[in-house]
Design a protein around this ligand. Structure first.
Ligand SMILES: [Fe+2]
Ligand SMILES: [Fe+2]
Length: 263
């Protein structure tokens, strides 16, 4: 796998379809990049994938749901692996509003994205999508201040944005299929890349944020950067509880990169 690749969609939770893709990380492995369709009475698309796989992303989205039926596009944050196909989706989803925060809206403006359909929501508030409430949650780790995940009580699923991601050796269908050493090392490596501030946080205070997530009692965790994880909340929280002791990630410099490319 040498370039971003879109794979087939999978049913990852009751009423939720994962739109699955992967980015190669030379020298390290692959990073999953997932968006999600929640088939609520008012259907929701969570994130819009990467521009580099646009035609496959749109095809998989159309196979999961008629985009015209979408009522909400929930942007977990305004990173390019999450907003890459926003304009393409908006063009096919005329009745969808874009859920983000005030900071998210400002960053959308910086990207030249349309703001006329924005709907502002903050962590702690809930979005009513007809047959369920989606509770906006600040995940325990993130790389952007606007990051907002969500808890779907009806399916007991926590959609956690960048949090709980892992760099993997190769694509897998379910997080439970990753052996525990690879999951721990891949998760802590990803956390050190995505949230380098972990190395300077107060360990106990960070523990409190993890406890708050544990209290959600989510049966399923759907991370943007991990295959679906069922009944793994405690395992993933335990891994993350030690991520603040992982050395801060320093990427290869030019010399090392040239050696890697030659190899
Ligand atoms: Fe991110
Ligand atoms: Fe991301």
């Amino acid at each position: 796998m040498n370039e971003p690749t879109m794979l087939e969609s999978i049913n990852s939770a009751p009423d939720i379809v994962s739109l699955v893709s992967y980015i190669p990380i030379p020298g390290y492995g692959v990073l999953p990049v997932n968006a999600f369709v929640i088939k609520a009475r008012e259907p929701v698309l969570v994130d819009t994938g990467m521009t580099s796989v646009r035609s496959d992303f749109m095809r998989n989205l159309r196979a999961a749901i008629d985009p015209k039926d979408l009522r909400w596009i929930w942007l977990t944050h305004i990173d390019m692996d999450h907003i890459g196909n926003l304009e393409a989706v908006l063009a096919e989803a005329p009745d969808a509003r874009v859920v983000t925060s005030f900071i998210g809206m400002a960053k959308m403006g910086l990207h030249g994205l349309p703001l006329d359909r924005v709907f502002l929501l903050n962590p702690g508030q809930a979005l009513d999508v007809g047959d369920r409430q989606l509770l906006a949650i600040k995940p325990p780790t993130y790389d952007a201040p606007e990051t907002t995940g969500l808890f779907d009580q009806k399916s007991s699923t926590f959609i956690s944005a960048d949090s709980f991601g892992a760099i993997l050796e190769k694509p897998v269908d379910n997080a439970v299929d990753i052996n525990s050493k690879d999951l721990r090392e891949g998760s802590q490596l990803w956390a050190s890349i995505d949230a380098p501030w972990l190395s300077v946080v107060d360990h106990d205070k960070f523990g409190n944020t993890l406890s708050a997530i544990e209290k959600l009692n989510a049966d399923i965790i759907l991370s943007s950067h991990l295959p679906p994880a069922e009944n793994m909340c405690k395992t993933l929280l335990n891994i993350l509880s030690k991520a603040d002791q992982t050395p801060v990630f320093v990427g290869p410099d030019q010399h090392a990169l040239e050696k890697m490319m030659a190899a």
